[in-house]
Design a protein around this ligand. Structure first.
Ligand code: AN0
Ligand code: CP
Length: 320
C-alpha cells in the first residue's frame, strides 16, 4: 500500500476486518516488520487520539516514531507557489517535503481543510504534494477531505457490536458553535457505502456532502424518520460542503438544537448505539445521558484507532 486516503486503498473490506481482528488479538506479533523503520508523523493541526493511537500502533509494530508539530518548533512553511517569501514564512513546503522524506520510511500527515476555498481544499493541495515529492508512502491522519483511520476504526467498532447481518447505520448532522470540516462524514459515508450495512444520511437542507463520497446513499431530511429503527447513530457536525453553492462553503447554516442527540432521539432507534469520533461538545452534539449511557461506543471507537492504524502501517511495511 503506497497511500491510505480512500476505502479502495485497503482493498477487500472483509479481509481488512479479519486482519483487524487478528491484529487486535496479537498486536505485538509483527514487531520484526517495523524494526529499524521510522514513521514520521506531521501535524499541522491539533490531535489527541490520532497522535497517541498512531504512535502506539507504530510502536506495536516495532517502528521508531518521530512527531513533528509544524506550528510548534519548525520553520513556518509557505504552501503556495509563485509567492515572494518576504513575510513570516521562512521555508517552502516544496523543499521541506523531500527533506522530511529523507528521514523516514512512512509519512503520516494531518492537515485540515482551511474552509475558505472549496476548490483548494477538495483538490487536496497540501497532502498531494507530500505524495508527489516525499518519495514515501503517505497515510492520511485527517486531510482536507478525508479521515480514513477514523472511518476504518468506526467500521471495526460496528462489526464488533452489530447484532444483525445488515445493521441500519445513520449518519446524523448535529449542531456546533464553530465551523468544522467535512473530512469525518465524507470518509464515514465512503466506508459505509462499501460495507455491508443499510446506510442513511440525515441533515438540514444545505448540508449535502459531496456525492463523490456519499454515492447513492439515501438522504432523509427528517431526522426523526431517519433515526427510526437505527442500530447505530453516528453523530457529527460539519460545515456547509458548498456542493450547490461554492460561496457558502465552510459556513454554519444552522445551529438548530433540535438536532442534538438526546434520550428522546435515541428512543426512536432500535435500541441503537451512539457513536462519535471525538472530540465532542456535550450539550451541542449530544446530551450527557446519551454519551454516558451503556449504549455509547465512543471509547471502543477511540480504542480501535490503534487497530486501524496498525493494520494500515503493517500493510505499508509489508510492501516497502
Ligand atoms: C475535527 C473535525 O471535525 O474534523 C477533528 C475530528 C476528528 N474536529 C474539531 O476540530 C473539533
Ligand atoms: N477522532 C480524532 O481523530 O481525534 P483527534 O482529533 O484527537 O486526533
Amino acid at each position: 500500500m503506497k497511500t491510505f486516503f480512500h476505502v479502495e486503498d485497503i482493498g477487500d473490506l472483509r479481509l481488512a476486518l479479519e486482519e483487524a481482528k487478528e491484529v487486535k488479538d496479537n498486536r505485538f506479533g509483527y514487531q520484526q516488520l517495523g524494526k529499524n523503520k521510522t514513521l514520521l508523523m506531521i501535524f499541522f493541526n491539533n490531535s489527541l487520539r490520532t497522535r497517541l493511537s498512531t504512535q502506539k500502533a507504530a510502536m506495536n509494530l516495532g517502528m521508531n516514531v518521530i512527531v513533528l508539530d509544524v506550528n510548534a518548533g519548525a520553520w513556518k512553511l509557505e504552501t503556495e507557489r509563485g509567492v515572494i517569501m518576504n513575510g513570516d514564512k521562512s521555508e517552502h513546503l516544496l523543499e521541506a517535503i523531500p527533506v522530511m522524506g529523507c528521514y523516514c520510511d512512512i509519512i503520516a500527515i494531518r492537515s485540515f481543510a482551511g474552509l475558505k476555498n472549496r476548490d483548494y481544499d477538495y483538490a487536496e493541495t497540501i497532502v498531494n504534494q507530500f505524495v508527489e515529492y516525499s518519495g514515501k508512502p503517505v497515510v492520511a491522519m485527517e486531510t482536507a477531505t478525508v479521515h480514513p483511520l477514523q472511518a476504518f476504526a468506526d467500521l471495526i467498532t460496528i462489526e464488533e457490536h452489530r447484532q444483525t447481518e445488515r445493521p441500519k447505520v445513520v449518519l446524523t448532522w448535529a449542531p456546533h458553535c464553530r465551523a468544522l470540516p467535512q473530512a469525518v462524514p465524507n470518509s464515514f459515508a465512503e466506508w459505509m457505502n462499501a460495507a455491508d450495512v443499510d446506510f442513511v444520511i440525515t441533515h438540514p437542507k444545505g448540508y449535502e456532502l459531496d456525492p463523490k463520497f456519499t454515492g447513492k446513499a439515501p438522504i432523509e431530511y427528517d431526522q426523526h424518520k431517519a433515526l427510526r429503527g437505527a442500530d447505530f447513530v453516528y453523530a457529527k457536525n460539519w460545515s456547509c460542503p458548498g456542493v450547490s453553492d461554492k460561496q457558502q462553503y465552510g459556513q454554519i447554516l444552522s445551529e438548530d438544537r433540535a438536532w442534538t442527540i438526546d434520550r428522546e432521539h435515541m428512543s426512536w432507534t432500535n435500541q441503537g448505539y451512539f457513536m462519535h469520533c471525538l472530540p465532542v461538545r456535550r450539550g451541542l452534539i449530544v446530551s450527557d445521558e446519551v454519551i454516558e449511557s451503556d449504549h455509547s461506543l465512543i471509547i471502543p471507537e477511540a480504542a480501535n484507532r490503534e487497530i486501524s492504524a496498525e493494520v494500515v502501517l503493517k500493510r505499508m511495511l509489508e510492501t516497502l
